[in-house]
Design a protein around this ligand. Structure first.
Ligand code: RB5
Length: 168
């Protein structure tokens, strides 16, 4: 199907990051240090943080925290979400199981920016074992400061949402 032929309704856009008030964050035990860095960074940007844990080094299961971040966004308790595990992969798989969530594993500012501009990602996922804090902060900023481009991406994002997911 070409760009003009898409007929599905557009998904709600997350719009420009300048108006984001609350971001939900969550991590497993392998992501708590990077989560802490990002909580501080979000606070410095004047963004309210809904920290869903985990808060200690005890081993936990990443699906619980990815789903918690996804549910917080899907239920409107936060406009956007950030999930961190060792690789940024497993926790992203979990978040994407929740209906309405478009979670993207990102590695740098470019992947983070594109996840918002093209995919309207409402959750990004980072891997503490793969991405250092400075690059991670840049990625978060690029994502927050970008806006969904709409246009040819609208129908594709609507198709993503139409694939469904677990009710929050
Ligand atoms: C935990 O050891 C690790 O498997 C988890 O943080 C994540 O990388 C899974 O995708």
């Amino acid at each position: 199907m070409n760009d003009e032929a898409a007929t599905v309704d557009p998904a709600p856009s997350t719009g420009s990051g300048t108006s984001v008030a609350t971001v939900a964050v969550g991590a497993d035990h392998a992501g708590i240090a990077l989560k802490a860095e990002l909580v501080e960074h979000l606070g410095a940007r004047g963004i309210e943080v809904l920290d869903l844990g985990t808060h200690g080094s005890e081993r936990v299961d990443y699906p619980d925290f990815g789903a918690a971040v996804g549910r917080a966004v899907a239920e409107g308790r936060a406009e956007l979400g950030i999930a961190v595990c060792g690789s940024g992969l497993g926790i992203c798989m979990a978040a994407n199981k929740i209906a309405g969530i478009r979670a993207a594993s990102v590695y740098d500012a470019t992947s983070a920016r594109l996840s918002r501009q093209h995919n309207d990602a409402n959750v990004i996922c980072l891997g503490e074992r793969l991405t250092g804090p400075e690059v991670a902060r840049d990625a978060v900023d690029a994502w927050l400061d970008a806006a969904f481009e709409g246009g040819r991406h609208v129908g594709r994002v609507a198709k993503l949402d139409a694939l469904g997911g677990s009710t929050p």
